[in-house]
Design a protein around this ligand. Structure first.
Ligand code: HEM
Length: 172
């Protein structure tokens, strides 16, 4: 496994970028709506829209980003557990998918149903949650471009077993 033709790899990377950065964009939209409601926009109009975006865009994208991210790692020489930057992204995304599916989406649906009747504490949560997740996705993006920290020791091959493919990976 691990090696796919360059054209297929570019297509996969394009898919990965469109979904993951689309996810970041949807997150920023939720943050904007949460802040707007705090700053006087009509909650009866804002929260149903946030619930719709959360349910039909943000939650499905989270699963898609996780799946395409994992496939991107497994089908390229980066591997899923070999490099710290990939592993940290995997952890960030996995935690986020859990929180989005089991906490944020139900909360957004609840807010959409209650509208103006949503308590102040719950309104604050709809700013804090997308603010934190946007921060995490920006970290994931920075890790992707800088690719820091090198290989994990456990995943470092011995000199004897090191293949030319691995040498090519290190230079990427
Ligand atoms: C399960 C989670 C994820 C995994 C395992 C993963 C893994 C990977 C891998 C292996 C690559 C390199 C692909 C290649 O060289 O062809 C990559 C690229 C990239 N990823 Fe992810 N990713 C994940 C989630 C994310 C998220 C959440 C974001 C941002 C919101 C993101 C942003 C990027 C970007 C911008 C690149 C392009 C880097 C470059 O080409 O220099 N990824 N990812």
């Amino acid at each position: 496994m691990r090696r796919i033709p360059p054209t297929a790899r570019k297509a996969l990377l394009t898919l990965h970028l469109v979904t993951s950065l689309g996810w970041l964009g949807a997150d920023l939209t939720l943050l904007t709506l949460g802040v707007a409601a705090q700053r006087g926009a009509d909650p009866a109009a804002v929260y149903p829209v946030a619930a719709l975006i959360g349910t039909v865009l943000f939650a499905p994208l989270s699963v898609l980003v996780w799946l395409i991210g994992v496939v991107s790692a497994l089908l390229t020489p980066w591997g899923l557990l070999r490099y710290r930057w990939v592993l940290v992204k995997l952890v960030i995304t996995t935690v986020m998918v859990g929180l989005v599916l089991f906490l944020l989406t139900p909360n957004l649906r609840h807010a959409g149903a209650l509208g103006a009747a949503l308590p102040a504490r719950d309104r604050a949560d709809l700013v804090i949650a997308p603010a934190v997740s946007t921060g995490l996705l920006i970290i994931a993006t920075v890790l992707s471009t800088y690719k820091p920290w090198g290989r994990r020791p456990a995943a470092r091959p011995t000199v004897a077993s090191r293949t030319s493919r691995d040498r090519a990976t290190t230079r990427m």
